[in-house]
Ligand binder design. Structure first.
Ligand SMILES: C[S@@+](CC[C@H](N)C(=O)[O-])C[C@H]1O[C@@H](n2cnc3c(N)ncnc32)[C@H](O)[C@@H]1O
Length: 217
């Protein structure tokens, strides 16, 4: 199937669907990301918040957010991911919106209080990152929160300049360029890194969308 995302030559919907069907999903912890609970408990992701979970995969975080009294909206274009997330919610007796859509093509009905991007940016070909980051900025309400968990694979330069992925390595300098301080409130470093069972690390950056771009007249 042709889609805005796949037309850039990166991984396609069929690629991801096949990964779920063949259960080759090394990104899948089999559990909710342990980074989520402290952010809910600490009020960074407060009860009642409407939270977008782009590229929700098997849906652990959608479930955990719904269980914590937030209102998650999971989006994924792989039918298998949508089915897994809906089944997980149904099994737990929880309700949440789960949308099958290409994030490069999708328009939400209203902005979000928060966005939980866990390995979704890093699943997109880097040629798409700027357009995707613009979308995240438009989808977060002014004062809203972006939690970005960016995969650190650190293999650049070892493949004669070819871009290897997914996942695509996204270090803090790339995150700064995509989510500039003119538009997002940055906390002071250091930024936490979380170990992933697959042997990679996730860089966690929590940003606040500014009401007005800094420097605007
Ligand atoms: C690496 S997986 C991460 C899944 C989940 N966030 C996790 O960490 O377990 C990337 C997910 O993004 C979805 N995805 C990739 N590109 C997408 C796009 N353009 N639109 C919607 N979903 C997309 C894939 O289907 C897959 O479920």
């Amino acid at each position: 199937m042709s889609s805005p995302a796949s037309s850039f030559g990166g991984p396609t919907l069929e690629f991801w669907q096949q990964r779920f069907e063949s259960q080759r999903t090394p990104w899948d912890r089999g559990a909710v990301n342990p980074a989520l609970a402290p952010l809910v408990a600490g009020g960074v992701l407060p009860a009642g918040a409407r939270v977008l979970v782009p590229g929700c995969g098997a849906g652990y975080e959608v479930l955990a957010l719904a269980a914590g009294g937030l209102h998650p909206v999971g989006v994924d274009y792989a039918p298998a991911a949508v089915e897994l997330t809906r089944a997980r919610l149904a099994q737990a007796g929880l309700a949440a919106e789960v949308v099958q859509a290409d994030l490069l093509d999708w328009k939400p009905s209203a902005p979000f209080d928060a966005i939980w991007d866990q390995a979704c940016l890093c699943a997109l070909h880097p040629d798409l990152w700027f357009a995707y980051a613009q979308r995240l900025a438009a989808w977060a309400r002014p004062g809203g929160t972006l939690v970005l968990l960016a995969v650190q694979v650190e293999r650049e330069g070892r493949h004669e300049g070819r871009i290897e992925g997914p996942p695509y390595h996204c270090d803090v300098n790339a995150v700064r360029a995509l989510f500039p301080a003119e538009r997002w409130q940055w906390p002071r470093p250091p930024y936490p890194r979380h170990a992933h069972p697959a042997g990679i690390a996730e860089l966690q950056v929590v940003l606040t969308r500014l009401a007005e771009p800094r420097g605007a007249a």
